[in-house]
Design a protein around this ligand. Structure first.
Ligand SMILES: Nc1ncnc2c1ncn2[C@@H]1O[C@H](COP(=O)(O)OP(=O)(O)OP(=O)(O)O)[C@@H](O)[C@H]1O
Length: 258
């Protein structure tokens, strides 16, 4: 009988490489997106890789392809989840190659903020079936549906993640207050020290400040690495908070716009 390989600290993912020969139709989604057309090779940071960019730039599409290539459910969850509530995910996972390091993660999980509700429902459905310890115990024991959106996210980060884990997260900040986003950074740092590797799509200027990370910006030109202080998220937030009155006056000056 094959023995389960022991987990060891990351990194687990080295790079993602586009295989242009496998693209079925360059005129169709997702290959029309500049970030995907020009994906080339995306080298992961050994600890944390951030994907940032405007709404619709293709961050979720790329993260989903990484998740599926890792054997995770495109709608989110651990390897044990295989529910599907929507028709299909993109075919991008079939047109990329994921280069892996020799180390094996002891745990992997795909958090999609947009479908975390469905993950919570699936946990309840599986736990109603009985047999074995309740899955919800790994999330702190309290039904995720009976907690606020932010509390349930935080229960996942705090209780469910493990040492030597590979974690893919799509907008983990979606439900978190600024204070909880700071606490998220503390947890992130702890999991990184315990061997974890993360790939995170985010709009949060707080979360993307994590220092042991690489930031990739997806835009009309494709994908490129950027410094934290060069991101629009940092520049716009800093400009706004530095002088909200001035920026509001510029934005809301009806006379000038009319
Ligand atoms: N199944 C689909 N068919 C056609 N177009 C799609 C499909 N799914 C997503 N798109 C489009 O592809 C683009 C990229 O979507 P994606 O969700 O990857 O963006 P994103 O960078 O994660 O955006 P956001 O920051 O808003 O979450 C969007 O313009 C979206 O409308």
């Amino acid at each position: 009988m094959a023995r389960k390989q022991k987990s060891s600290p990351g990194p687990y993912l080295l790079h993602l490489e586009m295989l242009p020969d496998r693209i079925p139709d360059v005129t169709r989604f997702p290959y029309t997106l500049p970030s995907i057309r020009n994906l080339g090779t995306l080298a992961f940071h050994p600890k944390v890789t951030f994907l940032v960019g405007e709404n619709g730039a293709g961050k979720s599409t790329i993260l989903e392809a990484i998740a599926v290539a890792c054997g995770l459910n495109p709608e989110g969850g651990s390897r044990n989840f295989n529910f599907a509530t929507r028709a299909s995910h993109s075919s991008l996972d079939e047109c990329v190659r994921l280069a892996r390091a020799p180390a094996r993660p002891g745990d992997s999980y795909f958090l999609r903020a947009e479908s975390f509700y469905n993950v919570a429902s699936e946990i309840e459905r599986l736990d109603q079936g009985g047999g074995g310890p309740p899955i919800i115990d790994a999330y702190g024991g309290q039904s995720l549906h009976e907690q606020s959106h932010g509390e349930s996210f935080f229960a996942l980060f705090r209780y469910r993640f493990r040492d030597n884990g590979l974690y893919l997260m799509d907008e983990p900040e979606a439900a978190l207050s600024p204070k909880r986003q700071l606490q998220f950074l503390v947890l992130l740092h702890d999991y990184v020290r315990r061997g974890g590797q993360f790939v995170i799509a985010t709009h949060s200027p707080i979360i993307m400040a994590y220092p042991e990370a690489r930031i990739y910006l997806l835009d009309a030109g494709g994908i490129r690495e950027v410094a934290y202080t060069d991101t629009e998220h940092y520049v716009i937030t800093r400009g706004f908070l530095g002088n909200p009155g001035r920026m509001l006056a510029e934005l809301l000056d009806d006379d000038e716009k009319a």
